[in-house]
Design a protein around this ligand. Structure first.
Ligand SMILES: [Cu+2]
Length: 223
């Protein structure tokens, strides 16, 4: 089924074939060539951009309706086609050492430049959530989880104007080990937060030392 080690590197030809196939099939494709996963609710930045625009990614209306997605698509469409491939390997749990401030949403510019535009500071489209919500990570590869760890920006931090840093985050939830499945869920309590926030999720996969990093933009109701 899923190879034990899936490498992101592709030949130019396979990239071209992937791009052509993506253009032809658009949103009909899920997972493309690499099956891993992402935060799907609330959606990570690149999963959200793929989900909203994958079948219509050349529509110029995106520039005004969803400008942060637009700049991401313009920067590198493969960040969206490979929404499930934003990970690092060999981090050994030292996430803060591996990921400099300002690059949290690209996993420390992993596979640069593919995911770099996910760090762009601006008004990313938000998912509306009540303050107690369930976060879902979709794992197409059934890697399992050593843990899910969830942070949220502290109240007062404005992700629309400030680069995301570790100092802006407060830990709010962590799971234990989770057996391989297609989806993992964790209950999150955002406390008294209101308005725009970034939910930052680390998924430590269990099949090898493979760590995933997801920025989900959320508008908290305060309820
Ligand atoms: Cu994987």
């Amino acid at each position: 089924m899923v190879p034990r080690r899936i490498r992101p590197r592709k030949t130019l030809l396979s990239l071209a074939v992937t791009a052509v196939t993506a253009v032809l099939l658009g949103g009909a494709l899920t997972g493309v060539a690499e099956a891993h996963g992402s935060a799907t609710d609330p959606p990570s930045r690149n999963y959200g951009c793929w989900n909203r625009w994958g079948s219509d990614f050349q529509n110029p209306a995106m520039a005004t309706r969803d400008p942060m997605c637009w700049q991401a698509w313009q920067a590198d469409p493969n960040a969206m086609w490979n929404w499930n491939g934003l990970y690092r390997e060999g981090v050994a749990g030292n996430h803060q050492a591996a990921i400099p401030d300002g690059t949290l949403c690209s996993g420390g510019r992993t596979q640069s430049p593919r995911y770099n535009a996910l760090d762009t500071v601006g008004a990313w489209q938000m998912a509306n959530k009540d303050n107690r919500f369930t976060l879902t990570v979709t794992d197409q590869a059934h890697h399992g989880a050593d843990y899910l760890r969830v942070y949220i920006t502290r109240q007062g931090f404005d992700a629309a104007t400030q680069p995301l840093s570790w100092g802006a985050l407060e830990p709010v939830a962590q799971s234990g080990r989770i057996a391989p499945a297609g989806q993992y869920q964790i209950a999150v309590d955002a406390g008294a937060r209101t308005g725009r926030h970034v939910v930052y999720t680390i998924w430590q996969a269990s099949h090898l030392d493979q760590s995933y990093y997801f920025c989900s933009d959320v508008n908290f109701s305060g309820r």
